[in-house]
Design a protein around this ligand. Structure first.
Ligand code: WT7
Length: 650
């Protein structure tokens, strides 16, 4: 970036927490200032208050060897103990998970049930020879046995490496090999949109080139037949048969590894992000309580992410169970059997807290208001968003149509690498602005800097940096500490660079502007994709938009837009012109897209992020790059065909 990032979009709407919400909120005013007086001490207090220790830590932060920070050294603990055992005395019969299978089957799992299942499965893993420090790969769908397997690993000090069930056998094999997993835990098939996803068969292909794997444990989910390899594969039921349902938790060191989770970033070999025990648990428990305002005795909490992503690790498994919450897990697709599945579930279970992603919210907008409107959503009291910048108009839709204008919306910025939420409103304190993640949470710190690392004054844009260590930070990239240092800590020495652009408004609120790799350079201006996309989404006909910079002889890059329309709107030349004028009027003529293509769908990663790289390839008529991490492969071909058919230059 030659200049700091342009600040084009202004947003004047402000939402103040209601007095009722504010009065009973878990996080109360004063907390930021208190934490700031001694931020390491603040985290130490959280650790002592929220975590049950076998041995308490001696110090908060060990910064002797940056960027390889340590937290809560000297402590001994077990996360499965913190998620299960410690609740048994008071809350054994409390529901930990309401589970809803896609075909409609249901299970209710109490803390007592979960404790037994985890104990039994931990004993099964022990019987397979797994011990502290070994790694197990988990390749599963959204079944209760996935958290059971994670917690069984955590109980033994076995490092889990979950691989999202939508990944291919190649992706699985690479991740198994990189982590040298010795056991794979999977299931016969997973249900997704009425179809059976062949997890075991995919795993079998991967297993042809994963020499480290000794055993495969297979959960029977759909019951359709699968091949089992004698001596290597065993059914979950066989593995637990005869195993006692109690298992002593290992007393682990604060800095023993808990899990590896791979993140691909935009390019290159996936990075095995390593999280450890105590710092991770401390920040996950703190944020889960503060940001979602969780009231464990009364709330029904639903994080609708996949457990195979970090959002699920932190906010379906470790956070909610550690805090003794009652959560919901839904196995399948949001549009199965119809577009109202989520809303039907919220009505049926009287869900109070919903956490989902902008990609999902924009799909709901596209499908139409009639689906949520068919259901009573009045139990909801708080809404969360994560995964991408949320366009102000999507935020408004979420607030109005889902939240009935009653629920605070928390837009939470974080990453696989940060382990827990970093920048987010606190719902009883923070005035929210649609599209802004607001401010770093208490005890945390961030800045926006120019390319030389100088802080950009309020009102300007640049690179987001985290300028202080935090408890749930990634400790390294598995097997590659040099890459960890080079990727995150070398661009601005001493500070963590997450790879995102951001601006701050005059109130100091942070507005995330997407990955810096996506920034467009148009006639000497650095323009973020997020702002142009949000301008497009603010038009009532638009549900979703992606923009990219494509080579242009005059301006260096020109903005190419791809637009998905809402409900029954059809795209024509008049609308094209209207949208281009709308962008010019909203954020300025410099940001007017040179071309717009209407498309029924956008290329997305399997976690739902728009893949602008492929749209750049299409816009510049290049051979398409790597599409293996794409969720919807056929869509790029369709868009490419449409892009040639409708070119809309002036
Ligand atoms: C990247 C991290 C965090 C769990 C899910 C994704 C983008 C995430 C926001 C947000 C703007 C966001 C960033 C970040 N991102 N949340 N609220 N506003 N952007 O984890 O796959 O590691 O992705 O997602 O670009 O760097 P991930």
């Amino acid at each position: 970036m030659s200049n700091a990032l342009e600040n084009l979009l202004t947003e004047d709407r402000v939402f103040v927490p209601s007095p009722d919400f504010a009065k009973t909120a878990n996080a109360q005013p004063g907390i930021y200032e208190q934490a700031e007086e001694d931020w390491a001490g603040y985290w130490m207090n959280q650790a002592l208050k929220r975590v049950s220790w076998f041995e308490e830590p001696q110090s908060a932060l060990d910064d002797a060897n940056p960027p390889f920070y340590k937290w809560f050294t000297g402590g001994r603990l077990n996360l499965s103990y913190n998620c299960l055992d410690r609740h048994l005395e008071k809350a054994a019969d409390k529901v930990a998970y309401h589970w809803i299978g896609e075909p409609g089957d249901k299970r209710t799992i109490t803390y007592r049930d979960l404790h037994r299942q985890v104990g039994q499965f931990a004993n099964a893993l022990k019987a397979l020879g797994l011990k502290k420090g070994d790694t197990a790969a988990l390749y599963m769908g959204m079944v209760p046995e996935l958290p059971v397997a994670m917690l069984a690993c955590a109980r033994l000090g076995v490092v889990h490496s979950a691989v999202f069930g939508g990944f291919s056998s190649d992706a699985l094999a690479d991740r198994i090999n990189d982590a040298r997993s010795t056991v794979v835990i999977t299931q016969d098939f997973a249900w997704r949109a009425g179809k059976e996803v062949a997890l075991k068969a995919n795993a079998d292909i991967a297993l042809e080139r994963t020499p480290s794997v000794r055993n495969v444990v297979v959960l029977r989910r759909t019951g359709s037949p699968v091949a089992m390899q004698e001596g290597r594969d065993l059914w979950w039921d066989e593995a637990i048969a005869g195993q006692p349902d109690t298992c002593e938790p290992e007393q682990l060191d604060s800095e023993d590894p808990l899990y590896i989770l791979y993140t691909s970033g935009t390019t290159g070999k996936p990075k095995g992000i390593v999280h450890t025990q105590a710092g991770y648990l401390t920040q996950v428990l703190t944020t889960h309580s503060q940001v979602f305002d969780l009231k464990p005795d009364t709330d029904i909490y639903w994080c609708a992410a996949d457990i195979g992503w970090v959002t699920g690790h932190s906010y379906i498994v470790y956070g909610p169970l550690g805090n003794g919450a009652t959560s919901l897990i839904y196995e399948g697709a949001p549009n199965f059997p119809d577009f109202d599945r989520l809303w039907q579930i919220i009505e049926e279970y009287k869900v109070n807290i919903l956490y989902t992603a902008p990609t999902a919210i924009r799909s709901f907008m596209k499908w139409g208001d009639e689906y949520p409107q068919k259901h009573d959503l009045s139990s909801l009291r708080l809404l969360g968003s994560v995964g991408e910048p949320i366009n102000p108009e999507a935020w408004m839709w979420y607030h109005r149509v889902i939240g009935g204008e009653r629920c605070p919306v928390v837009d939470t910025w974080w990453q696989t690498e940060t382990g827990a939420i970093m920048i987010s409103p606190l719902p009883g304190i923070t005035k929210t602005k649609p599209g802004s993640a607001t401010r770093p949470l208490p005890g945390l710190s961030a800045d926006v800097v120019d390319e030389d690392g100088n802080s950009v004054p309020l009102g300007g844009g640049g690179f987001l940096v985290l300028d202080r260590p935090w408890p749930s930070m990634a400790r390294t990239i598995y097997g590659d500490p040099d890459r960890f240092e080079a990727t995150y800590w070398s661009r601005f020495p001493g500070r963590y660079f997450p790879g995102d652009g951001a601006k701050r408004d005059t109130d100091g609120y942070f507005w995330l502007l997407g990955r810096v790799d996506d920034i467009m350079l148009v006639a000497g201006h650095n323009i973020s994709t997020t702002e142009v996309e949000s301008a497009l989404v603010s038009h009532p006909s638009v549900a979703e938009a992606a923009v990219v910079g494509r080579k242009d002889e005059v301006t260096g890059q020109a903005i190419a837009a791809f637009v998905t329309l809402r409900g029954n709107v059809t795209g024509d030349d008049a609308l094209l012109k209207e949208l281009r004028d709308h962008v010019a009027a909203t954020i300025g003529p410099i940001a007017k897209p040179k071309s717009i293509v209407f498309t029924p769908d956008l290329p997305k990663t399997r976690s739902g992020k728009i893949m602008r790289r492929l749209l750049r390839d299409i816009s510049e008529n290049r051979q398409l790059g790597d599409v293996t991490t794409l969720a919807n492969e056929s869509v790029v071909e369709d868009i490419a065909a449409m892009a040639t058919a409708q070119t809309t230059e002036d």
